[in-house]
Design a protein around this ligand. Structure first.
Ligand code: DLL
Length: 432
């Protein structure tokens, strides 16, 4: 099923024409309404009238998270506060939160893109959706909520946390769709037995998981543990929230709602635009947003764009599943490493759980890497020798996959901290 066939299957030339019109209007609007953009564009020597084609977008300056922080809280808003009907924010790990504002139209457009996204997951008005993303300043809860209501689902706005209650309501209400982070979905699956439930008590059919990177192997694991189809939902608060892109049943990348969010890929070093098929930093321009429109916002997420038509019939540009952020990349003894590579190897082996934590340290000027990974319940009766063999096997697999030696420590089930929202996978003690 397709939610908005006209847009989602629009011929590419027609989509380009729509985007060009919207881009020109946007650039005029921000130049006239936001002093920050007027100043940036003046400094770059570019006037709104210089933007005539989509390619001209490369003349525009980039925007970064720091620009939102510098203009905290509302300095980048392009409309008066009386037109803002909602504020969200992301806390981040350092410094001030970044705040974003939505007009009534923005909320309508956001609900539309989330509705399109959920429809890609086969979700319809027949479904009971449990929204277990956090409700609050984080965009996950309310973003999913409005989209699910637009689709006509019966929405259970349970928010994140309280695992026992999540499982109880899932069983009692017969939730058929679950929206939460993939790490929390894994935790919920593992917690079922402990709380006296089994898969036969549940009616779940689909999961829409996002807000953090996860691998194809994790998709298989979640599909197996829950007996569901698992989908990837991507987004970020600066651009809108969840629903910037989503994958369809063919899982060949995420369809970007490009009539609202224009994507580019740029070289992480030179920041020059890269052609389709090449990996780089994902940059978005919000083509319709009124509250806080952003020009060429560099997400730092690493992806690749594909424009061939998908088997599902959608012509929307696809972005490759995100494997990490350029600023989450660890450099260990000169080797680039993303936590998702560890997840891939662990699940490929399939001999431990997928709960892990990576500890980075520096001893005698040498980076060290230790992986703590939880044993599967079934391995608890193994002999010490078996367990030693298992850790050596994992060390070997990691070494050949990432080219680094990693000390693997097997720990008991449920000893690694669980997150109800975004998982924390790395503790880097090198700069302490
Ligand atoms: O995480 C919005 C969201 C909520 C998306 C619920 C999906 C579901 P922020 O807190 O601003 O917004 O964090 C955005 O999270 O730049 C990515 O690095 C990461 N991220 C979000 N979705 C995915 C995904 C929300 N599907 C940041 N895969 C983004 C990988 C993701 N990373």
């Amino acid at each position: 099923m397709i939610w908005n066939k006209e847009i989602e299957c629009m011929p590419r030339e027609k989509m380009r024409a729509l985007q060009t019109e919207r881009l020109k209007e946007l650039v005029n609007r921000v130049y006239n309404n936001v002093s920050f953009y007027r100043q940036r564009m003046d400094e770059a020597g570019v006037k709104p009238s210089d933007i005539k084609t989509l390619e001209d977008i490369s003349k525009l300056p980039f925007t970064h998270k720091q620009d939102l922080r510098d203009n905290y809280p509302f300095g980048l808003f392009a409309v008066p506060m009386k037109d803002i009907v909602r504020v969200h924010g992301s806390s981040g790990t350092t410094g001030k939160p970044t705040t974003v504002g939505y007009t009534k139209n923005d909320i309508d457009n956001w609900s539309e893109v989330v509705a399109r996204s959920f429809t890609m997951a086969g979700i319809s008005s027949d479904d009971i959706m449990q929204v277990s993303y956090g409700y609050g300043l984080f965009t996950g809860g309310l973003g999913a909520h409005y989209g699910a209501e637009k689709v006509g689902c019966s929405v259970i706005p349970i928010s994140g946390g309280n695992t026992r209650r999540q499982l109880q309501l899932m069983a009692d209400f017969g939730s058929t769709a679950l929206a939460c982070t993939p790490s929390y979905a894994l935790h919920l699956a593992d917690a079922m037995a402990e709380h006296g439930y089994s898969l036969s008590d549940m009616k779940l059919k689909a999961g829409v998981f996002g807000a953090e990177p996860w691998t194809e192997n994790m998709r298989k694991e979640l599909e197996r543990k829950w007996g569901i189809k698992a989908f990837d939902i991507y987004g970020l608060s600066e651009i809108m929230g969840p629903g910037v892109s989503h994958d369809c049943e063919y899982h060949c990348g995420l369809h970007v709602h490009e009539d609202h969010f224009f994507p580019e890929i740029v070289d992480p070093e030179t920041k020059e635009p890269l052609p389709d098929g090449q990996e780089g930093e994902l940059v978005f321009t919000t083509l319709t947003k009124e509250g806080i429109p952003l020009l060429r916002y560099n997400t730092r997420d690493l992806s690749t764009l594909y424009r061939e038509k998908c088997e599902c019939g959608r012509t929307l540009v696809r972005m490759k599943k995100i494997t990490g952020r350029s600023d989450d990349m660890l450099i260990i003894r000169g080797v680039n490493l993303f936590p998702s590579q560890i997840e891939h190897v662990l699940l490929e082996l399939g001999e431990t759980s997928a709960h892990y934590m990576l500890y980075v340290d520096r001893k005698n000027n040498l980076d060290t890497l230790e992986l703590k990974v939880e044993l599967d319940e079934s391995k608890l009766t193994d002999t010490i020798r078996d367990l030693q063999n298992l850790s050596r096997k994992i060390e070997h697999a990691l070494n050949s996959a990432i080219g680094l030696s990693v000390k693997v420590t097997l720990v008991e089930p449920k000893t690694i901290a669980r997150s109800e929202g975004k998982a924390k996978r790395v503790i880097d003690n090198r700069n302490k």
